[in-house]
Design a binder for this molecule. Structure first.
Ligand code: SF4
Ligand code: SF4
Length: 430
């Protein structure tokens, strides 16, 4: 099916109330608070969380990660992936149903806005079948206008995670920032106004991997066929269709588990209302395809072991890393020069990045060369998250070097840390 398939059957989702919808409200409120508020929070004068792509930095709760933290970033990425694998193996698609931004925005904003302007499911279906009238036009315009405002707010917030909220929202952001905001606004609007559940069915990579990430003991939404069938007969299902009407994916859970199901439990709440009136237990609920709930199984134990190992590795690397990182290179176009008094001079560029959020002072020395070696380098003051590049001149008196290339270490010291960086000293040799 094409992504812009005009033959798509539009899903008219009915609203529903119930226990699991209350859980949706809470998870949605918490996640939106996190999403909208985080870009405005600062720690030590820097964003609490920001993915600064042009600056190649990740700010995270007072720490700054740069490309030199590749190992830490790789461990974080692997940890996130295996955490998702473990969660999916145990809880199936609960992420999709309760925490995915797509679900949260559709549930908390898009469908309520649609209901506000166009009414409940039956009213919407009837109006859409009818001719274009002034009433229909203003309702559609109101809905789409609201979606546009919502899309712009979501896009601005999303881009704020990368470029910082204050500049972007005050109008002093970059051209790139506003271009990305405009592009995301258009994408969001298209998604909210039309694409909706097709994102889960055709685009989401997580949904595509469900088959391998979950098994017959993972949590899914199931229909009790034994008790429910035959419908409208001796079975308990009265075929009211409410579970189908409320489904945002447009599926009928009574035909069996389907990959499109996002485990949102709207059908569970719908059937609960019906069965409560009849004084019978719900026909739909969370369960497993095997009928057994077994959290401790080989794949979950493997994931848990890997996560434990990754957590230990992350903590070890984090606590043993220096508060600065950097590298030293020879000044471009230079090897060595000989001063008037015969001393051999090598010039380097030292680049340092502060990983912390507090200001620190650093001195530069070298080791591996004769004691009479002179080092000309400025004292370095690095503010939180700052990167500086300084020249370092190393001079060795004549007659003290036995080889043309001598390895040395450029050592930077603070009051409680020391970082050693490798370089070579070039000369005409002994
Ligand atoms: S079948 Fe039920 S749980 Fe699955 S998507 Fe539809 S309403 Fe949500
Ligand atoms: S809501 Fe319950 S009773 Fe009604 S059709 Fe669905 S499963 Fe049957």
């Amino acid at each position: 099916m094409s992504l812009i398939d005009t033959a798509r059957t539009w899903v008219y989702t009915a609203s529903v109330k119930g226990r699991f919808q209350r859980y949706h409200r809470w998870s949605g409120a918490l996640l939106q608070a996190f999403f909208f508020v985080t870009p405005w929070v600062s720690v030590g004068g820097h964003p609490a969380v920001q993915i600064d792509i042009p600056g190649r930095r990740l700010y995270a709760l007072g720490s700054v990660f740069t490309p030199t933290d590749t190992l830490l970033l790789a461990i974080m990425g692997l940890f996130s992936a295996f955490a998702l694998f473990l969660f999916t193996a145990v809880y199936g698609r609960l992420w999709c149903g309760y925490a995915c931004p797509q679900t949260v925005f559709l549930e908390e904003w898009v469908r309520p806005i649609e209901k506000f302007f166009e009414g409940e499911r039956g009213v919407r279906m009837a109006r859409d079948k009818g001719p274009l009238t002034v009433d229909k036009a203003w309702r559609k315009a109101g809905k789409w206008g609201s979606y546009l405002v919502l899309s712009a707010i979501v896009a601005l917030t999303f881009v704020s995670w990368f470029s910082g909220a204050r500049d972007l929202w005050s109008g002093s952001g970059t051209f790139l920032g506003y271009s990305m905001t405009a592009a995301f606004t258009a994408l969001m609007f298209w998604n909210f106004a039309w694409f909706r559940e097709q994102f889960c069915n055709f685009l989401c990579p997580y949904a595509r991997f469900q088959g391998v990430l979950s098994d017959e003991k993972s949590l899914v939404v199931t229909y009790d066929e034994t008790r429910g069938e035959p419908r409208k007969g001796s079975g308990a299902c009265i075929d009211c269709g409410k579970c189908v009407a409320v489904c945002p994916q447009g599926i009928d859970i009574r035909t069996g588990f389907q990959l499109e199901c996002i485990a949102c439990a709207r059908c569970v709440d719908a059937c609960q209302i019906v069965m409560d009136k009849r004084g019978e237990p719900n026909l739909i609920g969370y369960g497993t395809l095997s009928g057994k709930r077994d959290v401790f199984r080989p794949r979950t134990l493997v994931y848990a072991s890997l996560l434990t190992g990754l957590a230990i590795a992350f903590i070890t690397v984090l606590v043993t890393r220096h508060s600065v990182d950097g590298f030293v290179v020879r000044a471009p176009g230079t090897t060595y020069t000989t001063d008037e008094n015969g001393w051999i001079r090598n010039t380097y560029l030292l680049r340092l990045t502060n990983h912390d959020n507090h200001t620190e002072h650093w001195d530069v020395t070298v080791s591996g060369l004769p004691e009479t070696t002179e080092v000309l380098a400025p004292a370095i003051t690095l503010e939180g998250a700052q990167t500086v590049t300084v020249p370092v001149v190393v001079r060795v008196p004549p007659g003290h070097l036995s080889a043309q290339s001598v390895p040395l270490s450029v050592v930077v010291h603070s009051h409680d840390d020391e970082l050693s960086l490798s370089a070579t000293f070039m000369s005409e040799g002994g």
